[in-house]
Design a protein around this ligand. Structure first.
Ligand code: NAD
Length: 493
């Protein structure tokens, strides 16, 4: 039977991986440096493609797509030796003489499936971790951002090892064919519904998955905060890339007493960021295609538009829009908006906001704007989401030490920096013993006796060591107390 094009690519990548050439760290570093060269040398091709796909300006492409990739590559280059080294773990009485460590090891073949909204960031950032961890990786960009996909398929192989890191363009059929192949990990960024299909397909080979999904991320604005700063940050987080951002604040919850001020502040910021006429302003993008355009316009139907609400079908343009007094039953509250429309829902206060959030699926991120540190702590302890960000929007994605990912319906697994390296490595447990000290092992060999079990118990549960530690701590405290009494209390008396 003839093999499909996708199966052939996978076979070639697997054969390349088996040659062992990804094992030396120097090889991985070289590939990372090549990737960095690609991102920096091909900036204009990447920006042109994104202009055609999403109307992004050259500057916003750099800020939101390529800078993050560059940063991830630099972090990986700086830390690769440390990440890939054996990680010693604490020893017990039974392993005192041994080497006990965790050895990160390449998994093998990784499939990276990307979404269209940040087509470069969501494919290249996981790729950095896949390369650093010593894997082969097949990249499947989204067919909806077709210009980016084309440029990626044409140019990336000019920089990276072509067999180890091929790009496979295509749509649903090609992705499904890729999903039928055997992988050691599938890294998927996209919608929750396709995420379910990916997980189902992965089950056939017991392949672990990372699912970077979306959902409705709430933003609670407390009346005590500086509303003009809060709304400026919310306006930026919501309308960048025309609201087509997985971590964009999906909706705002606030008390009725501040709703009108929130609307007015956002109106001011929209004008300040995107001028009176965002349609002709270079930094305001477009909706990816007609289907999404119709879907988003449909979500506005029947609601009270407080700001914007204009659209132009031929240009796939929807103005930055705010809706007020939105009901939880409104159409716009039934799905992830993924467009430049911000509904505001009045709530009675923080208790009501927490209940509202907890009544729904766990979001990718919860935003809270307040001066009250206790309120922020309450949000952290009484709600659940992939991330929680207080007093800003989106920027947690730029912190490479913070794992980025969802929980429940918003996804599973996380990445960024070392977290990607660990996610795409096998963290192998290694214990290296010597053949000496055989007497210690007698307690585990038959015949089993009470006396042997007594010793096994002492050693396994580290009874003596724990008592010793407690005793040492106690002695230290007594010594310290004696010192304080002698030095200060007796002297002053
Ligand atoms: P999508 O699920 O439609 O597509 C994602 C990928 O899956 C594409 O490469 C596509 O070709 C493929 N695909 C689509 N349908 C498929 C099918 N039936 N079988 C197999 N493969 C299929 O998602 P999208 O529209 O590209 O992206 C939007 C979604 O992605 C939003 O929900 C957004 O929140 C989410 N997202 C999440 C993150 C994150 O990091 N968590 C980042 C960006 C986007």
């Amino acid at each position: 039977m003839d093999m499909s094009r996708e199966a052939l690519v996978v076979q070639r990548a697997r054969e390349a991986f088996r040659t062992g050439r990804t094992r030396p760290l120097e090889f991985r570093k070289q590939q990372l440096r090549n990737l960095l060269k690609f991102v920096t040398e091909r900036k204009s091709e990447i920006a042109d493609a994104l202009k055609k796909d999403l109307g992004k300006s050259e500057q916003s492409t750099e800020l939101f797509e390529t800078l993050g990739c560059e940063e991830e590559i630099h972090v990986a280059l700086d830390h690769l030796c440390e990440w890939a080294s054996p990680r010693p773990v604490e020893r017990t009485l039974l392993t005192l003489q041994d080497q006990v460590f965790v050895q990160p090891q390449p998994l093998g073949l990784v499939l990276i499936i990307g979404a269209w909204n940040y087509p470069w960031a969501v494919t290249l950032q996981p790729l950095v971790g896949a390369i650093a961890a010593g894997n082969a990786a097949v990249i499947k960009p989204s067919e909806l951002s077709c210009h980016s996909s084309e440029v990626m398929a044409e140019l990336l192989p000019q920089y990276l090892d072509q067999d180890l890191y091929p790009v496979v363009p295509g749509g649903v059929a090609e992705t499904q064919e890729l999903l039928r192949q055997r992988w050691e990990h599938i890294f998927f960024t996209g919608s929750t519904s396709v995420g379910r299909q990916v997980m189902l397909a992965a089950g056939a080979h017991l392949t672990p998955v990372t699912l970077e999904l979306g959902g409705k991320s709430p933003c609670y604005v407390h009346p005590d905060c500086d509303l003009s700063v809060a709304c400026r940050r919310i306006t930026w987080g919501k309308f960048v890339n025309c609201g087509q951002t997985c971590i964009a604040p999906d909706y705002v919850l606030c008390e009725p007493s501040v709703q009108d001020r929130v609307v007015e502040e956002i109106r001011k910021c929209i004008k300040e960021f995107y001028t009176e006429n965002p349609q002709s302003f270079k930094d305001y993008g477009r909706i990816i295609n007609q289907r999404h355009f119709q879907r988003i316009v449909g979500l506005m139907e029947g609601g009270a538009v407080a700001v914007g609400g204009d659209y132009d079908e031929k240009d796939r343009y929807i103005s930055p829009t705010v809706m007020k007094d939105v009901s939880p039953d409104a159409k716009i509250m039934q799905e992830e908006i993924f467009g430049p429309v911000l509904p505001i829902l009045p709530v009675r206060g923080v208790d009501d906001a927490i209940q509202f959030i907890n009544d729904r699926e766990k979001p990718l991120v919860i935003y809270v704007f307040t001066k009250d540190k206790k309120l922020i702590q309450r949000m952290i302890s009484e709600t659940s989401s992939g991330a929680l960000l207080a007093n800003d929007c989106l920027v947690h994605f730029t912190v490479s030490t913070l794992p980025f990912g969802g929980v429940g319906n918003s996804g599973m697994g996380s990445y960024k920096g070392k977290h990607t390296f660990d996610r795409l490595s096998h963290l192998r447990s290694c214990l290296i013993k010597s053949l000496s000290l055989e007497a210690v092992n007698r307690m585990r060999y038959p015949p089993h006796t009470h006396r042997k079990n007594h010793w096994a118990r002492r050693l396994l549960l580290q009874v003596t060591l724990r008592r010793l530690r407690r005793f040492t701590l106690f002695s230290l405290l007594v010594g310290l107390a004696a010192f304080v009494v002698q030095r200060f209390l007796l002297r002053s008396a």
